[in-house]
Design a protein around this ligand. Sequence first.
Ligand code: ADP
Length: 480
Amino acid sequence: MVVPEARPFAKTGGLADVSGALPQALARLGHRVTLVMPRYRGIEPAPDDTRTPFDLAIGPQHQPIEFVERRIGKGLRAIFVDAPSLFDRPGLYGVGNEDFADNWYRFAVLSLAALERARSEGKAPSAIHAHDWQAGLVPVYLQTRFAADPVLAGVPSIFTIHNLAFQGLFAPSILPLLGLGWELMHVDALEFWGKVSYLKGGINFSRKITTVSPTYAREILTPELGFGFDGVLARRAADLVGILNGIDTDAWNPETDPYLPEPFSASRMDGKRTAKRELLETLGLGVDNASMTRPLIGLVSRLTDQKGFDLIESAAERLMALDASWAMLGSGEPRYERFWTALAALHRGRVGVKIGFDERLAHLTGGGSDLFLMPSRFEPCGLNQMYSLRYGTLPIVRATGGLDDTVLDADEGGAKGTGFKFRDYSPDALVEAVARALAAYREPRRWRALQRTAMRQDHSWDVSAREYVKVYREAGRKRH
Ligand code: ADP
């Protein structure tokens, strides 16, 4: 499993949650999994690590690296690719909103190193699973450089798209530096509108392609959400599968969550009030009776248009007129950071904002809020709505991608309802959904029933992991 980030080692988004949990779930099913990722700054050595130096020939260059191998559980090990000049930096992909200029090289090194390591172990893995553009060259190298390799030839590769918006686009002049031939500068190979796309490489050279929800798997075949890749994907539609992400039910469990002041469960909800109080306090919102009874809407997100922050901005005045408080944790585009900071200043005591990345506060927001808002323009899967469900925090979501697959509208789903959904990407539709949610909150019995249904939803990894195993097997049977 080749990934650019994985919990608990390094995380910028949902991908890290998935690549942290899926290998564990596979190992629980009895498979042996090796996770390969960069040794970023902050991944400290452990006493039992074994280090193996390796001279990686990449294009005309020799890149010295070290493989750091670590056992992380039964059937499960991590191999960190250690190259301090490439990965020991203050960010994973860049600093602030600025990507590192050599990302094309850093992630080619990751992909190639993973394959070289597999080869040097002398025994072919039964499948190689690469995630997102950063690992997109894995299937490419496998089908070119290693096509006739005694160990790796014929090993099936699976490529997972977590977000089609990130395409790994670079100038064609990098091809010789990667040791890849010019014939790959072709629309059926790596070429995407005059550039090289690692994402396209992953799509075109893998045997099977997965994405992270059934609805997103359909949506990316359309021009609206295909980001220019709808045609490329349509050609491979027979090999494209949507598998809903699971969630790590140990890390996100209100009965054991160490970030909550008190545990709670569907039958003992007092702890949720304590979490609300602590959340209000943390964000400098009052904890008097009025604040405690007023519905609290949480958000934990990257601040981007993808996540619907432009929509919130357009609807802000009308949203603020509703009787609710807001708890927003996020970081991202400076304009949205400024917007929320200003909103908090304008509505002191009702809007609490923390700009930054804060794991503890993410859990507290999921646990202590009454409602959780995700008005995404598109959402491959989305994890926070599933975390919220477990914490009895009813999600308000736009019906797109995985959000549509995991939330059933309370007014449409009757007793099965778990949240509130809207379809149009418009301020009107957003405000209407939030207003409906607040109306439901004012009916305590109905609210309790919705919370109970939400908390019963099972989004554990075991089901999804089995689906991945099926895909690995199919890929193994299939000739590309
Ligand atoms: P994406 O991967 O597109 O950002 P997901 O909903 O799939 O969105 O996953 C986001 C993950 O990152 C969740 O685990 C969420 O809790 C976490 N997260 C996002 N922003 C923050 C933040 N500011 N602080 C802490 N965790 C965050």
